[in-house]
Design a binder for this molecule. Structure first.
Ligand SMILES: C[S@@+](CC[C@H](N)C(=O)[O-])C[C@H]1O[C@@H](n2cnc3c(N)ncnc32)[C@H](O)[C@@H]1O
Length: 257
């Protein structure tokens, strides 16, 4: 199942480390994750402020309906092996109904937190564009609010395996954007175009949540808006006691053909 990031031979999980036939050894951290990022890699995942905000926000279960839709969908397919690419802090990974679940993310902070919350599943620090898993090992791959590593997904999926992808819907966080910016656009909707991935079904999840000031700021800090908002607009947000916000998700179910 696991693949050595150096020589690409099978990597076997031992008590304290993952090891391959060529004596490449990777320690299992005290929390249970393994770092299989290429040693010269300069990639980094989300920084700790972003990860902390996302953890604090998700803890309040504002996105529970999305998680429930995903788990209902997965329960129908009963995957043997599920790989969650860009799993972040493991909010969606933790409870998926699969026999073996592996979460992959670049962010050490996020993976560390995921491991502390979830002793059942295996978490790995690695890039989703260079996944240390063998070809055709996965029945289902999920990617939730993250880039789509299409070629790796095709390589990892078994024939007829499913790729379940979640993107923001057109109205996701509209009122937050209206508070921050004078001109607001709806989020663009784009589906994956790949000759080996056929879109089988789309599920739309849309509801309104009411956020208190603290959670509103956590939400702001976990979005890309954090990097492109003027100080005056942030002050406007900080002055709000509460805000009703639309959450809108698109779940796309693709099958590898
Ligand atoms: C918006 S977060 C979503 C996390 C999680 N799926 C969730 O919804 O809670 C995007 C995640 O993608 C990760 N990420 C970005 N680029 C990556 C890459 N090339 N390889 C692995 N993880 C990556 C970030 O570290 C971050 O945890």
């Amino acid at each position: 199942m696991y693949k050595c990031p150096i020589c690409h031979q099978a990597l076997i999980k031992g008590l304290h480390s993952f090891n391959c036939i060529n004596q490449h050894n990777f320690d299992i951290s005290k929390h249970g994750y393994v770092n299989l990022l290429k040693r010269n890699s300069k990639h980094q995942g989300d920084d700790s402020t972003l990860v902390k905000s996302r953890i604090a926000f998700l803890k309040q279960d504002y996105y529970l309906s999305l998680k429930q839709h995903l788990n209902t969908l997965l329960a129908q397919h009963k995957p043997q092996v599920l790989v969650d690419l860009a799993c972040g802090s493991g909010y969606y990974t933790k409870d998926v109904p699969s026999t073996i679940t592996i979460g992959i993310d670049l962010s050490k902070d996020a993976i560390q937190y995921a491991c502390k919350q979830d002793k059942k599943n295996q978490y790995i620090i690695a890039s989703i564009f260079d996944v240390p898993l063998m070809d055709h090992c996965a029945d289902v791959i999920t990617t939730i609010f993250a880039p789509s590593a299409n070629e790796e997904i095709i390589r990892l999926l078994k024939q007829d395996g499913l790729y379940i992808r979640v993107d923001p819907g057109s109205h996701h966080l509209l009122q937050l954007k209206e508070t921050l910016y004078e001109e607001v656009f709806l989020n663009p909707i784009k589906q994956i175009q790949h000759p080996r991935l056929t879109l089988k079904n789309t599920i739309e999840v849309k509801e309104t949540i009411t956020l208190n000031q603290e959670d509103l700021l956590h939400l702001f800090n976990m979005t890309p808006y954090r990097y492109k908002t003027k100080v005056e607009s942030i002050k406007k947000l900080q002055a709000l006691n509460t805000l009703e916000v639309t959450i809108h998700f698109m779940i796309y179910i693709y099958q590898k053909n």
